[in-house]
Write a protein that binds this ligand. Structure first.
Ligand code: 13P
Ligand code: SF4
Length: 301
């Protein structure tokens, strides 16, 4: 039996579905039922009849799926696959700022722990942050934990007052604008597509700024034939699959998220066979972190 056949039969036996982020290894994306960005995966997680969700991604994704689906079993192939940025905000500072500004909205990137979500008014992803922050009635916005995404959103919504947080993605934030400038020189006909977790100086050099799905959709619908990709290299699988006639250059070889790459086919088989690595979120934490996620799904529609 091939690995693919084995996974298929385990899925059928357990009424399970496999959800994968675009950053996990290509062979895992290949066997997944749904592959997408964080917003897409959280939407899929709420609208399924499956009994078991296997979340191929980092821990905040499994946790969010469980918060949205307390009655389903959520399995993570590797529970230690983590997003360091998810922990980068200080609860005490959030509380103090709430006292200082009575109309403060705490906007929390979904790349965050459930504890941080409990301190927030609404969650966002890179695909819906602009739309959601624009729709909020509040003038004062505390954006956690990603300063770079916050700066990008603020640059598009000048009528609001933004307060930023000292947090960032260690993978996206390491891209230097000079590296992108060199790639553009080496490939003068290519359009540069970038994720908003990168620093503002790099965003300023790009032709398109968007989430992972935004980047894939832009490249797919563009009549251009060459692209410089400024996000995690897992997106190359979908970009090349959808666009066999186009050429994609990774801006840098360092664009690899270690947490996402911890997900392997063997680990997927293991959790499906043994029901190991079940995600549990205690009732109080779940109750307090649910509202910002639901508000995101509502406002992001
Ligand atoms: P997306 O919102 O584009 O899925 O990005 C998630 C992420 O982890 C980016 O680093
Ligand atoms: Fe977190 Fe960055 Fe990895 Fe995305 S790429 S999961 S933000 S560490």
């Amino acid at each position: 039996m091939t690995v693919k056949d084995k996974i298929q039969s385990l899925k059928e036996k357990n009424n399970a579905i496999i959800l994968a982020h675009y950053y996990v290894p290509a062979d895992v994306q290949e066997i997944a039922d749904y592959v997408g960005d964080s917003f897409y995966l959280s939407k899929v997680a709420t609208g399924t009849d499956a009994d078991i969700l296997v979340l191929c991604g980092v821990s905040f994704m499994g946790e969010s799926a469980k918060i949205l689906n307390p009655d389903k079993m959520v399995l993570m192939p590797d529970p230690d696959a983590d997003c360091p940025m998810a922990h980068m905000a200080d609860a005490e500072r959030i509380r103090k700022l709430r006292e200082e500004y009575d109309d403060l909205a705490v906007v929390c990137y979904i790349n965050s722990t459930a504890e941080l979500k409990t301190l927030s008014d609404v969650c966002v992803t890179s695909a819906n942050a602009l739309k959601i922050v624009k729709a909020l009635p509040n003038k004062n916005i505390l954006f956690i934990p990603d300063e770079n995404l916050g700066q990008y959103v603020a640059s598009k919504i000048p009528e609001k007052n933004f307060i930023f947080n000292d947090g960032r993605c260690p993978i996206h934030a390491q891209l230097k604008p000079e590296t992108l400038a060199e790639a553009k020189k080496a490939h003068p006909n290519a359009l540069a597509l970038i994720h908003p977790e990168c620093v503002p100086e790099a965003l300023a050099l790009a032709d398109y700024i968007g989430s992972t799905s935004g980047i894939i959709d832009f490249a797919t619908s563009s009549s251009n034939k060459e692209f410089i990709i400024c996000t995690e290299d897992g997106v190359m699988y979908e970009l090349q699959r959808k666009n066999p006639d186009k050429t994609f250059y990774m801006v840098s070889e360092d664009f690899v998220c270690p947490g996402m790459k911890q997900i392997t086919l063997d680990k997927v088989i293991d959790v499906l066979e043994n029901k190991t690595n079940q995600i549990n979120v205690d009732d109080k934490l779940r109750a307090d972190s649910l509202a910002p996620l639901q508000r995101m799904l509502e406002l992001g529609k």
